[in-house]
Design a protein around this ligand. Structure first.
Ligand code: SF4
Length: 255
């Protein structure tokens, strides 16, 4: 298969079902958007705009994300019946203390795009030669330590171990260690705080520089696996009903 870049979600998709990866990123078929994902985008946008306004000490009316519920719902065409749900997810974030450390916030929707190695035998040139791309919801800097915040609106809460092994955490750890440092050329811990707004629970994990180095090597080997995969196979799971390729999929079309 061809790749132009990798991201945590692309890697997770490939590892879950190579055929779905092929449909989404190789054939570039249009993805089905789950209604819950659209609602999550609206909550993310309200929290992002509020965080930006607080950090820049601008637009005090935007500091309270409740004021943004209606505009973000309009933006994503979310039915009015979901208004209380969007409001409650935002309320939970505030009650849980999402804005408490805002003085340390240096980035919001922080995009990264990293060149990882000369030695990836890609079939097509990479955009800017960068293999790994992504966006971090919020980045806080405390001395030599970084905290990456990530908002989740789904109901499932993974264990700390699952989170630490997720490619989202692993990619963000690699990315955080590539950001330019203002003072010492050394970064201590990279902490991750996942805010599960539907359950009002936060889960924290931490990753080291050694983890980032091991994951960087594994990521390059995964890129190689994807490129060499010329017969992607289906791997049915509970997520098949949300797969854009379900009707054509040999493992599902008879269902
Ligand atoms: S329907 Fe299921 S098994 Fe088939 S490609 Fe999609 S995710 Fe994979």
């Amino acid at each position: 298969m061809r790749i132009d870049h990798l991201s945590a979600s692309r890697i997770e998709t490939f590892l879950r079902c190579a055929l779905q990866y092929h449909a989404l990123y190789d054939l570039k078929l249009e993805e089905k958007v789950h209604p819950a994902a659209t609602l999550g985008k609206a909550v993310h946008l309200a929290m992002e705009l509020s965080t930006r306004a607080m950090v820049a000490e601008r637009h005090p009316t935007l500091w309270d994300p409740h004021n943004l519920v209606i505009p973000v719902m309009r933006r994503y065409e979310i039915p009015n019946g979901e208004r209380l749900r969007v409001w409650q997810l935002i309320e939970n974030a505030i009650e849980m203390g999402y804005f408490e450390d805002i003085d340390y916030t240096v980035g919001c929707e922080q995009a990264f795009s990293l060149f990882l190695s000369e030695n990836v035998p890609l079939h097509v040139p990479l955009r800017n030669r960068d293999l790994l791309v992504g966006v971090i919801d919020r980045l806080d800097w405390h001395g030599d330590d970084v905290t990456i915040h990530d908002l989740k609106t789904g109901k499932h809460i993974p264990s700390e171990r699952e989170l630490a092994n997720s490619w989202q955490v692993r990619c963000y750890n690699i990315a955080a260690r590539s950001f330019p440092l203002e003072s010492e050329p050394r970064l201590g811990g990279v902490k991750f705080k996942f805010w599960y707004l539907a359950s009002a629970r936060a889960v924290e994990v931490e990753k080291s520089a050694e983890d980032a180095e091991e994951d960087r090597i594994e990521l390059l080997s995964l890129a190689d696996r994807i490129i060499r995969c010329d017969d992607p196979q289906p791997n049915p799971s509970g997520l098949c009903p949300y797969c854009l390729y379900e009707e054509q999929c040999p493992a599902r079309k008879s269902k």
